[in-house]
Design a protein around this ligand. Structure first.
Ligand SMILES: [Fe+2]
Length: 292
């Protein structure tokens, strides 16, 4: 990675790339930046994908992003390891209204926990705002520990040992996206997650809900769905929710084991560039059943 500075205003201001803000500067880089200040007077630093991933790696191994979307490899905009949660295509323009990728991504507007559709679900997510949309696009977080604590004793007893089935096909199916190729069906095969999970460090219990949850093992489907819907309504009451209004360059990290989140609607004709690094979890929450 070589340091370079690009002028971004006709008379001054340089944008710096190729410098790792998380490490001490080398003597050469320091000299280059001093020279850049002499020349441009104002320097703008960007959080690069590499820096975001390097910072995220402080907290564990990064999750393999494969299997989490329907975007074809040739359509990917970001390097391996970064989750693209923008509304942009490879050309940097907002996706067409009918784009299947766009329609699939609308599922992020449902309350969810990242990667609850994986056998070992995510630990942390670290989301960086590169371009903030002018209208809407807040991200909301709901505290699943407080929501669990507030349940009555009978409900806690009812859900204690329950195991849910999670799949991207359930969250997208609830939006009417029901057509998947054989390959996608195999990739999005449901996985099992406990409905009540216990934090490995604090020992605190939380509701492990997500729009990806579409069934409960051993329970008739409508009964399972109504219970999940009821718990989700309970857990997302305003008293359990924080609304984050994005400023450019904000980096927000959250624990998917303890919170749900969703993005709110925004102006899709305008760019919204958000990039996520995901720290992998270390264990499944429930025993899996191998597909036949
Ligand atoms: Fe998410």
């Amino acid at each position: 990675m070589n340091l370079s500075i690009r002028q971004i205003q006709p008379v001054f201001v340089g944008e710096v790339s190729g410098v790792d803000l998380a490490r001490p500067l080398s003597r050469d880089d320091e000299a280059a930046l001093e020279a850049g200040m002499d020349r441009y007077a104002v320097l703008v630093y960007q959080l690069t994908d590499e820096q975001q991933m390097a910072f995220s790696r402080n907290f564990g191994r990064l999750e393999d992003a494969r299997g989490g979307n329907i975007t074809r490899p040739e359509d990917k905009r970001l390097p391996e390891g970064m989750n693209d949660v923008s509304n942009l295509g490879r050309d940097g323009e907002p996706l067409d209204r009918a784009s299947r990728q766009r329609l699939f991504n609308l599922g992020n507007m449902l309350w969810h926990s990242d990667s609850s559709f994986r056998p070992i679900p995510a630990k942390y997510s670290l989301l960086s705002a590169r371009v903030v949309n002018p209208i809407g696009g807040n991200t909301e977080f709901a505290d699943m520990r407080a929501a669990y604590d507030a349940l009555d004793a009978a409900t806690k007893a009812l859900i204690e040992g329950l195991v849910c089935e999670h799949s991207l096909m359930y969250s997208r199916g609830s939006l009417g996206m029901l057509d998947y190729s054989e390959e996608e069906r195999a990739m999005f095969r449901p996985v099992r997650q406990r409905l009540v999970r216990t934090h490995p460090v604090t020992g605190r219990k939380s509701l492990y809900l997500s729009s990806h949850a579409g069934g409960i093992v051993g329970m008739p489907m409508p009964e399972a769905r109504i219970l999940l819907r009821d718990l989700t309504e309970h857990a997302t009451q305003p008293r359990f929710v924080y609304v984050h209004t994005w400023r450019r360059w904000d980096l927000v990290m959250w624990d998917n084991r303890q919170v749900m989140h969703r993005v709110r609607r925004y102006d899709e004709s305008q760019p919204r560039d958000m990039r996520r690094a995901t720290v992998a979890g270390d264990a499944p929450t429930a025993a899996q059943v191998d597909a036949a």
